[in-house]
Design a protein around this ligand. Structure first.
Ligand code: FAD
Ligand code: NDP
Length: 593
């Protein structure tokens, strides 16, 4: 064993494992070690060996092996980077043929791991696997949108999701703050104007720096990044084509599929010719002008919110309800606030056709629709944005050839270890059936999966009580059950809801609305009033919600919330003083701190 380098003993151990097809940690005095080495000799299989009783830090290495594999005894055997076990495990594997399969495995593979998709999940998984000594490649390729928009490395979040969305939300908040500033003594010109190009260019510059940063990180970790579209040929081989049409074929022992989703278009005349999606919006080379957003979930409401916030005329077309799956009291509050601010909502209506009236940047389009009662709708807009959901891009990557099971909508069916029905193919992120479509979820799944594959970890991604925030003008943070879901799950008599309106101190002098901000927790009475749902509508809801997610993960009860001393004067402290139950019917209006 070489001397311990900067990466520590664990890195050195994993390095030995990575460098040797068969690696045995042994002791010269151990008869079981002798047996195992003889067995490998008998099948003419070379092996690397570290005799722990012959080196000064042998017992430290043994402790490290315990940490890494859960096994302290010798021999400790690894095949092709995977932990096999001790003497009995090795001889048994030899006898039943699985050792031979493990030895063949990866014999001539180009990589230990190929990750398809360099977004939130794929990048996290590939970097983690590489830091565990694996030879890793990432294929990432963006298919242009129907109007030709494309972007760099990093996936949806960085390029056309969380990052540009939050920055444009911030642009809108700043506009609102300028109004507040007048009340605090600032002399703000009456004709303050927003400039789309300035905002868009600054945000795109930031995204460019993030794209570059990811490339550098992959290079530093020795992950082979290829800007090419990959599809399976067989369960150990992908074919990848770059934008110049150059094709390469690469093999790997394991695969992680992390190809994400792309926006859906409705099947109506003019949709793809004249409509755009969030994939185009954040880099749009002109101000969108009067805008129609179709859909009523996260993407639609957030984009509608910031476009209105920077001064545009915005309409949201809602097919049924706002924010399906979320607490509907909170969803209604968001809608009421947006409507009160001047965003137009067309409810119970779907689009039927789009016609172009004028070319231009932006152009002019006539949108036709139908209300649920059959009456017709029409209006003209400069920009029409579809935000009617996203489809996994799993149907064109050869998963059918290798037999990976997809559900009807193309989501990958996987178990709690993110393993598909094909033993060496895994899936993470937005394409997983029944999981949350959020960046930190994809990152956590990628990181933990790599550790389970290459570091003998057993830790699974915990998909329960994941906090989320909808960045609408009135931000909405949520953890756990909605009120309706809690009642359905536990029964109305077993659920206590504590709630309050509140008036953020910053809003008082600014003369903003008194009773629009709202906080509630949902408690499961028989379980010591454990908090099973957390909801807040108000400024900085995301920042507030994150910390409470930790409390809920640790099983916090109403009493724990009450026993926590608040930080005054903040919005977050509302949760430490909640004392009105919904059941009591008492008023929760506030008019001061
Ligand atoms: P992605 O990040 O989508 O990455 C997949 C990558 O694979 C892409 O680069 C794709 O081009 C590439 N690819 C696809 N097929 C192939 C192929 N065959 N070969 C090579 N490469 C391929 N989440 C939050 O947590 N907070 C937010 O505020 C938030 N805001 C959002 C706002 C918007 C407008 C949208 C659309 C999403 C938002 N999300 C947010 C969700 C978040 O972006 C996703 O959950 C996250 O990006 C999913 O990561 P992923 O790794 O599964 O896929
Ligand atoms: P969703 O699938 O959540 O919502 C789709 C919306 O479009 C619904 O309101 C739906 O209405 C409506 N709709 C569907 N089909 C039609 C149609 N043919 N005509 C009119 N309306 C239609 O999609 P999103 O794209 O908003 O979000 C996708 C995921 O991205 C989210 O689940 C979330 O995880 C993630 N995301 C996260 C964000 C964050 O963390 N802040 C922000 C943005 C996205 P109906 O209810 O009637 O079905």
């Amino acid at each position: 064993m070489p001397p311990v380098g900067a990466g520590g003993l664990k890195a050195e151990v994993m390095d030995q494992v990575a460098k040797n097809k068969v690696m045995i940690f042994s002791k010269t005095t151990c008869p079981f070690c002798f047996k195992v080495k003889e067995m490998f000799k008998s099948i003419d299989q070379e092996y690397g060996v570290t005799e722990l009783d012959k080196i000064a830090n042998g017992s430290d290495i043994q402790n490290t092996l315990l940490e890494v594999t859960g096994q302290k005894t010798v021999p400790n055997v690894f095949i092709n980077g995977k932990h096999l076990g001790g003497c009995d495990d090795t001889l048994k594997a030899h006898k039943n043929g699985s050792l031979q399969a493990m030895l063949q495995d990866a014999t001539n593979y180009d990589y230990d791991l190929i990750v398809i998709g360099g977004g939130s999940g794929g990048l996290a998984a590939s970097k983690e696997a590489a830091s565990l000594g694996k030879k890793v490649a990432v294929f990432d390729f963006v298919q242009p949108t129907p109007v030709g928009t494309t972007w760099g490395l990093g996936g949806t979040c960085v390029n056309v999701g969380c990052i540009p969305k939050k920055l444009m939300h911030q642009a809108a908040i700043l506009g609102h703050s300028l109004e507040d500033a007048k009340h605090f003594g600032w002399k703000v010109p009456e004709d303050v104007q927003h400039n789309w190009d300035t905002m868009k260019n600054a945000i795109q510059d930031h995204i460019g720096s993030l794209n570059w940063g990811y490339r550098v990180q992959l290079r530093d970790k020795k992950v082979d990044y290829q800007n090419a579209y990959a599809e399976f040929i067989d369960d150990h081989t992908v074919k990848a084509v770059n934008k110049k049409g150059k094709e390469v074929t690469k093999t790997a022992r394991d695969f992680i599929v992390a190809v994400g989703e792309r926006p859906r278009y409705p099947d109506i005349p003019g949709a793809k010719e004249y409509g755009i999606t969030s994939d185009d919006l954040f880099s749009l080379p002109y101000c969108p002008g009067k805008t129609l957003l179709i859909g009523a979930s996260y993407v639609s409401l957030e984009c509608g919110g910031f476009l209105h916030g920077i001064g545009l005329n915005v309409t949201v077309m809602v097919r049924s309800i706002l924010l399906r799956g979320f607490d509907q009291q909170m969803a209604d509050k968001i809608g009421e606030y947006m409507e009160a601010k001047g965003i137009n909502f067309i409810r119970q209506c779907v689009p039927t056709k789009i016609e172009k009236l004028e070319d231009g940047q932006p152009g002019k389009y006539k949108v036709y629709g139908k209300y649920s009662d059959g009456t017709e709708y029409s209006d003209t807009f400069n920009t029409v944005i579809f935000a009617i959901g996203r489809d996994p891009v799993t149907k064109t990557i050869g998963l059918d050839k290798v037999g990976v099971k997809l559900n009807k909508s193309g989501k990958v069916v996987a178990n709690e270890s993110e393993a598909t029905n094909v033993s060496n193919i895994y899936a993470i992120g937005d394409i997983l059936e029944g999981k949350l479509e959020l960046t930190p979820v994809a990152i956590q799944a990628g990181k933990l999966l790599a550790r389970r594959l290459y570091d003998n970890s057993k830790v699974l991604t915990d998909y329960v009580n994941v906090a989320t925030t909808v960045f609408t003008p009135l931000e909405y943070g949520a953890i756990g059950y909605s009120e309706e879901a809690a009642i359905e799950k536990f029964g109305e008599d077993n659920v206590e809801v504590y709630h309050t309106n509140y008036w953020p101190l910053e809003w008082t002098v600014a003369k903003r609305e008194e009773n629009v901000c709202y906080a509630k927790i949902i408690c499961h009475i028989p379980d010591k009033e454990r908090v099973v749902g957390f909801h807040i509508c108000g400024p900085n809801a995301g920042e507030i919600t994150q910390g409470y997610a930790l409390g809920m993960k640790l099983g916090a009860t109403k009493k724990d919330f009450d026993d926590t001393i608040g930080i005054h004067p903040t919005c977050s402290e509302q949760f430490t003083t909640l004392n009105v139950t919904k059941r009591s019917g008492k008023m929760v209006n506030q008019s001061g701190c």
